[in-house]
Design a protein around this ligand. Structure first.
Ligand code: ADP
Ligand code: GLC
Length: 492
């Protein structure tokens, strides 16, 4: 199958969160399975072209935009550890600056930047002579590819038989735009904008809604989240549009890139290990503690190490931790290693905690891929008390690295973490249901009591590490969805 992926983030070039991991892992898995896949993303000013060996092509892409034509160049590279061609849309005006989205409120012209990426997706395909069976768009940034396929390219022979699939990674970011601007940029015209139209939601253009309604098939990143967004406030106002798609909205559980996340081959770790050599995990723990200046000479002071690697936003449940975490740290029951960046109030909270308990709180503020691997390799537990979580990848990394997840049972966390049962020895982690400090504290307490307590500790680690969460399985499911999308498309 010929697949064209268009996205705002692709690892390792441009990554803010798990979206980037998925737009790299899926194409790699499809390509390995014999599919013909190309990936398109913007050439952001932050992408080091020399580091990744990117080359400028001779293509000059003319992009119809707002009634005129704008031009962009095209760079190319290959996704690391794969044969997947990656193309970078080079428009200095739109992308030649520091940052992907811009801080906090985002860049003022994000509407224009991402509309341009969407429209260019089609023109790049034509310039390359790549006739896709499916265009796979991700989140609000490339959602507008779906109406563009439907409205502008429906009769274009190059896209004859091309289906559109839209994947929702997070309903919290919908792309709410000024209709006068985006409908002009996108050449849809204001006549498409009226209460209840496919572009309109609460008096503005909503890119996510348009993606949902114009796509041949819509997917989201876990089965539980697929239900939550239809029927609960997690749909963030778009429940109606999601319900309208009925069976066309499908939950496909994310998976992880095993070439990147495997404790037996991970070059960032002090010592690699697997289930059979799990005792070596301890060496990684000692190394991490030492790296953070913690005295590890007194073995009698061994404490469970609880890891977190996360964007510091409300979504990730950080608010609960103000009250739920400190008592365990203050009373010397655990150590925390936290790597994160995001909202200042949350960064400040962890800075404060680290100052108060320098021997028990290891803090990294900022983005650090190597450290994120070492944290998974070193941690005994992995904490993810999310308020909502479309899927979550880090709990799957944790399971793979034998760090026992403590999670709130929401979205993909509910689909990947099963409660440990000390009677049957089944389950791979500790879950709590209600988004409250009490429930979160109880789960942390329950987990800490299981630390090195046999036979439970061995069972927990074995249950965690023996499941393969590889994205290969997700990639196969997407191929089914793409096939259904093509069938549906052919009927229209
Ligand atoms: P989300 O996409 O909502 O942030 P996921 O769990 O799906 O959550 O994916 C997060 C990804 O970003 C993981 O690959 C995680 O390791 C990475 N990550 C998050 N914060 C950091 C950080 N501060 N440094 C390095 N990697 C990070
Ligand atoms: C989003 C979600 C996260 C998911 C990721 C990749 O950022 O917040 O839960 O794992 O996308 O799909």
């Amino acid at each position: 199958m010929k697949i064209l992926v268009s996205a705002a983030e692709v690892a390792p070039y441009a990554k803010v969160g798990g979206l980037a991991d998925m737009t790299a892992a899926l194409p790699k898995a499809w390509s390995a399975a014999g599919h013909d896949v190309i990936v398109l993303l913007p050439l952001y000013g932050t992408i080091d072209t020399a580091l990744y060996g990117l080359r400028k092509t001779d293509h000059v892409i003319g992009v119809p935009f707002g009634g005129w034509t704008e031009y962009a160049s095209l760079w190319e590279g290959t996704l690391p550890d794969s044969e997947v061609p990656v193309y970078f849309l080079d428009s200095h005006e739109y992308y030649g600056r520091q940052g992907i989205y811009g801080y906090h409120e985002g860049f003022q012209d994000n509407d224009r930047r991402f509309m341009f990426l969407c429209r260019a997706t089609f023109e790049v395909a034509k310039a390359l002579g790549f006739k896709p069976d499916v265009i796979h768009a991700h989140d609000y940034h490339t959602a507008m590819c779906m109406p563009m396929l439907h409205v502008h390219y429906k009769t274009d022979p190059h896209f004859d038989g091309t289906a559109g699939v839209f994947t929702i990674h997070n309903m919290a970011y919908q792309g709410m735009f000024d209709p006068q601007r985006v409908l002009e940029f996108g050449e849809f015209g204001m006549k498409e904008f009226y209460p209840g139209s496919w572009f309109e939601h609460e008096s503005v253009v909503n890119a996510m809604k348009a993606g949902i309604l114009f796509a041949d098939k819509v997917t989201t990143v876990s089965p539980t989240y697929a239900q939550e967004i239809r029927w609960t406030p997690e749909g963030m106002g778009l429940q109606g549009a999601l319900q309208a798609r009925g069976g066309d909205l499908i939950g496909v559980l994310n998976g992880i890139d095993r070439t990147e996340w495997d404790p037996s081959t991970d070059e960032y770790l002090t010592v690699p290990y697997d289930l059979a050599t799990i005792e070596k995990k301890e060496i990684n723990k000692q190394a991490l503690l030492t790296e953070f200046g913690i005295d590890v000479s007194d073995k009698s002071r061994d404490l469970p190490l609880v890891g977190m690697v996360t964007r510091l936003t409300e979504q990730k449940g950080i608010s609960l931790l103000h009250e739920a975490l400190e008592p365990f740290i203050a009373s010397g029951q655990m150590r925390l290693v936290m790597l994160g960046s995001g909202e200042k109030r949350f960064e400040d909270f962890f800075r404060h905690l680290a100052e108060q308990y320098p021997q028990r709180v290891l803090l990294g503020v900022g983005y650090n891929n190597a450290l994120s691997h070492r944290i998974q390799g070193a941690s005994d537990f992995y904490l993810m008390p999310s308020k909502f979580e479309p899927c979550g990848l880090t709990q799957m990394y944790a399971l793979t690295y034998g760090a026992i997840p403590i999670v709130r049972a929401t979205g993909g966390l509910a689909d990947t973490v099963q409660q440990y049962d000390p009677i049957t020895f089944t389950g791979n982690g500790i879950r709590f249901n209600r988004y409250t400090v009490d429930d979160c504290s109880a789960a942390i307490g329950e987990a800490l009591r299981l630390y090195k307590r046999e036979p439970h500790w061995s069972h927990l680690r074995r249950n965690a590490m023996s499941v393969d969460h590889s994205a290969v399985r997700s990639a196969e499911q997407y191929i089914d969805v793409f096939t259904w999308a093509q069938e549906l498309h052919a009927q229209h």
